[in-house]
Design a binder for this molecule. Structure first.
Ligand code: DQA
Length: 151
């Protein structure tokens, strides 16, 4: 069976998960998120290599995505935070690097106030979107990627 490499990439304001508006984003921090994903069935190191990255900077996110292409990463789980709704630059990057990507959100962005949050510039370049399940959204996204690559 092939070994896949997945990059779990978190954008701005997600570095302080657990402290930032826990009523919206939950009480668990990025280390819990990493532990949850590493503990998923099918993600043991012999089967999937997991890379984690967080940046508040649009340019650094693009640099990391381009690097992922050079590393031949097989799948992306992307929470671009507020850049989801605004960054044509990240969307342009997703369009050309052509790595299967699942967009994730901790909150259900469509159930929140503000029309801008209901729009995603990423989604059109992704296999799908998982939103509203807290850190479980990432686990579901990883499983969707595994299923996509194995089928
Ligand atoms: C978010 C939703 C975005 O609208 C927001 O800007 C974030 C987090 C989420 O995970 O729910 O920073 O991507």
């Amino acid at each position: 069976m092939d070994i896949y490499t997945f990059l779990i990439l978190n954008g701005p304001n997600l570095g302080h998960l657990g402290q930032r508006q826990p009523e919206i984003y939950g009480h668990q921090d990025l280390s819990h998120l990493e532990g949850l994903i590493r503990g998923l069935p099918g993600t043991d190191p012999g089967k999937i290599e997991l890379l984690f990255y967080q940046s508040n900077s649009e340019g650094k996110i693009i640099d990391r995505l381009e690097q992922a292409r050079e590393e031949a990463v097989h799948g992306l789980v992307l929470n671009a935070g507020a850049y989801t709704h605004t960054s044509l630059a990240i969307a342009d990057c997703l369009a050309w690097i052509q790595i299967p990507c699942v967009e994730v959100h901790l909150s259900n962005v469509w159930a929140r106030d503000g029309k801008l949050r209901h729009q995603s510039l990423m989604a059109g370049h992704c296999l799908g979107v998982v939103a509203g399940f807290g850190i479980l959204s990432y686990a579901l996204a990883v499983q969707a990627l595994i299923h996509h690559l194995r089928s």
